[in-house]
Write a protein that binds this ligand. Structure first.
Ligand code: HEM
Length: 344
């Protein structure tokens, strides 16, 4: 356990400590809500914190989401004017991911409803961005807060109108937003990495793992101690913030095959080696708040990797990392031409 900045939060820095933090909700509670309103009155559920526990998406739902992604991605790419015009990865991924995740979360709705709800979730994510990234939580009547509230209520009203939806509109909104924002960022990183990689005979599954090893969009998450706890031989007081970082663990030499000197290099082929399990750095979390959409997220990324490996992806300018809400690459513009086979 590392205490940051003398008085600051604690950081769990080894795989073992991270597992303890994430899998023991009695001692490490899930903190506030995403919209930073501090109002959790709408949340129900069975963890200590009163938060909902989301059930993992069933295989049928993952298959539907994955099929929708393929179809919508194809359409988005085909709608692009010409090969030499740059794609904006964060823009291009929005609708395919939104529609794919909405299809998986709400499999009974028709295409028109799915598209409308996907767009409303994107609207809420866009309005939530400035709230999350502002230095202090915006005031209730500020422009940002009102914009976010308006977008959230529009989404919840549309969800409320759906028959037999099972979960509350607030729970569904949270599930949809988490399941759209994060894969868009992960997908954009994947394309950015492919733009800096030779390609060749690489397994798309390895490309997906390597992307969320080096640039997991949820690069850091937090829990709050519910009482004084002893962890890693140290006493952490009650109400301390404990941080956990999949990005940091993804650079832990015990968890990553290959030469530690090149641990920060994007090298999907490192996962060809037997013996190390991809995902040990917990890019999807662990315990009761682990990602319920991990199989869909992986399917979306693998599908994107398959598309990207068949092309020559060239970044139009260097991608940099925006860390205002999770991490995502910005700008992330690229061109993609069909890959030419080497002459025989
Ligand atoms: C590559 C894609 C994805 C990555 C890397 C990812 C990562 C994560 C991580 C690390 C967490 C845990 C956060 C924490 O412990 O504080 C999480 C939670 C969550 N994810 Fe994902 N996710 C992805 C895709 C998805 C998808 C497709 C969905 C929905 C269909 C989804 C829905 C959620 C939800 C609802 C939670 C909150 C769970 C809870 O608080 O109980 N995610 N995700």
């Amino acid at each position: 356990m590392v205490r940051l900045d003398g008085h600051g939060p604690w950081l769990a820095s080894t795989p073992d400590l991270v597992k303890q933090v994430l899998t023991d909700p009695d001692r490490f509670d899930f903190p506030g809500d995403v919209s930073r309103s501090g109002d959790l009155s709408g949340s129900v559920g069975d963890t200590r914190s009163g938060h909902t526990v989301f059930a993992p998406l069933t295989p049928d739902r993952v298959a539907l989401g994955s099929e929708t992604f393929d179809e919508q991605w194809q359409r988005a790419v085909e709608a692009h004017p010409a090969d030499h015009v740059s794609f904006d990865a964060m823009e291009l991924l929005r609708r395919p991911v939104a529609r794919s995740t909405t299809a998986a979360v709400l499999p009974a709705i028709d295409e028109q409803q799915r598209n409308a709800i996907g767009d409303l979730v994107l609207g809420w994510i866009d309005a939530l961005g400035p709230v999350i990234s502002s230095r202090r939580p915006p005031r209730r009547w500020s422009r940002r807060r009102r914009g976010e509230t308006r977008a959230r209520l529009a989404l919840e009203a549309a969800l409320d109108g759906l028959p037999g939806r099972g979960q509350s509109a607030a729970e569904l909104s949270a599930m949809l937003a988490a399941g759209i924002q994060v894969p868009i960022a992960a997908g954009a990183f994947l394309l950015a990495w492919l733009g800096s990689h030779e390609g060749g005979d690489v397994d798309p599954v390895h490309v997906a793992w390597e992307t969320i090893r080096l640039t997991p969009p949820t690069w850091i998450t937090a829990r709050v101690t519910s009482r004084l706890v002893e962890l890693g031989g140290q006493e952490v007081p009650a109400n301390s913030l404990v941080l956990v970082s999949p990005l940091l663990l993804g650079r832990h030499p015990d968890l990553v095959p290959g030469d530690p000197e090149t641990i920060t290099h994007f090298d999907p082929d490192r996962w060809r080696a037997e013996g190390r399990r991809p995902g040990a750095w917990l890019p999807f979390g662990a315990g009761p708040h682990a990602c319920p959409g991990r199989n869909l997220g992986m399917a979306q990324l693998v599908s994107l990797a398959r598309w990207g490996l068949g092309r020559e992806i060239i970044l139009s300018e260097p991608a940099t990392i925006d860390q205002s809400r999770g991490i995502f690459p910005s700008p992330c513009r690229f061109t993609a031409a069909p890959r030419r086979e080497p002459p025989t």
